[in-house]
Design a protein around this ligand. Structure first.
Ligand code: NAD
Length: 330
């Protein structure tokens, strides 16, 4: 089968080649995203895999795909909000996504941030740059097995995160309004307020919804322990950034590890001039008790391999008239 893979990243290429060798299918990798200008590249291909954040908004695009004999769109991402599902339904296109590619990838990055902050590595790094080798009582550390970790959102990633902290001997609290206690016997289920007030490390793993937007803001920061560390590997919008900066400046909390920021559109996976970045980002970046990474918690070899393989297997399945368990309900 001949498949076209839009938006191919360099990290994906070797896994695509392996998949072609294993399955005997042919994949044409193009870096362009799917849009009205690039749709003709799909001429003569049986299936399509995409990876993009830009919306596929134009209804004519879906009609054209159908006329070209395309039966599906397989996104290599978990999110599918860039696809017009109604237009897919109207044109008989099946949509698949990769909802779970490696919860451990994100969980391990969250732990990395937490350990960096717990052991004051940011502060020590700047002291090393100034030749300051003194043992400052303000920077004495805690050990992870003496910490209480609060997981907010105990889904795939929150669950993997809870398991790692539990294995390290920490006390793990969890809040998730949609989970049953028996789903994860290694955590102590509690309410959000208890996590806010008692956790030393607060790790966010909920989707960004109207109900979760700004779930950590001034009142929550004020109620936290002074040594609390916030870890956000989920979505920047879960935290009110201005309130976070104020809480850090006022020493209401001890630190923050952020893989996602509230508005990443201007710099998502791009190199930009530092002074063009939003001022709140620059303020956070300047704090030694803040660690920012560029939305790469997912970016591991396991994740990329799974995104490629799961998506391409789904293309083959759907084009051959079979069902995939990754079909998006439309
Ligand atoms: P999931 O659907 O498996 O789990 C989300 C959990 O959050 C669910 O159990 C749900 O019940 C719970 N939840 C919903 N509303 C809640 C609330 N108000 N309070 C507490 N819990 C609530 O999703 P997942 O695969 O674990 O992913 C979680 C989030 O991580 C995603 O939505 C995404 O935003 C983010 N993510 C980030 C990266 C990255 O690279 N940084 C990669 C993948 C996913």
């Amino acid at each position: 089968m001949k498949i076209i893979m839009y938006g191919t990243g360099n990290a994906e290429r070797e896994y695509v080649k392996e998949w072609m060798e294993q399955t005997g299918n042919e994949v044409k990798m193009v870096t362009e995203q799917l849009n009205a200008q690039t749709i003709d590249l799909a001429q003569g291909f049986a299936g399509i895999s995409i990876q993009q954040t830009k919306p596929l908004g134009d209804p004519a695009l879906y009609q054209k795909l159908a006329t070209m004999g395309i039966k599906q769109l397989a996104t290599r991402t978990a999110g599918f909000d860039m696809i017009d599902l109604a237009a897919c339904r109207d044109n008989g296109l099946v949509v698949t996504n990769v909802a779970v590619y490696s919860p451990r990838a994100i969980a391990e990055m969250g732990l990395t941030h937490a350990m960096y902050l717990l052991r004051h590595i940011g502060e020590y790094t700047s002291r090393m740059e100034q030749g300051d080798f003194r043992w400052n009582p303000e920077l004495i550390s805690n050990e992870i097995y003496n910490q209480t970790v609060g997981i907010i959102g105990l889904g795939n990633i929150g669950g993997a995160t809870a398991q790692i902290y539990k294995a390290l001997g920490a006390r793990v609290l969890a809040y998730d309004p949609n989970k049953n206690v028996e789903d994860a016997p290694f955590v102590e289920y509690t309410d959000l307020d208890t996590i806010i007030k008692t956790a030393d490390i607060i790790s966010l793993h909920t989707p960004l919804l109207p109900s979760t937007q700004n779930m950590l803001a001034a009142p929550q920061f004020a109620a936290m322990k002074k040594n609390a560390i916030i870890i956000n590997m989920a979505r920047g919008g879960l935290i009110n950034t201005a309130d976070l900066i104020e809480a850090l400046e006022n020493k209401e909390i001890a630190g923050a590890g952020l893989d996602t920021l509230a508005d990443e559109t201007g710099f998502f996976n791009q190199k930009v001039a530092v002074d063009s970045l939003p001022s709140d980002y620059q303020q956070l970046q300047a704090m030694p008790n803040v660690l920012i990474t560029p939305h790469v918690a997912f970016f591991t070899q396991t994740s990329i391999r799974n995104m490629v393989e799961i998506s391409l297997n789904d293309v083959v399945r759907v084009v051959n008239g079979q069902h995939s368990r990754n079909e998006v309900r439309i």
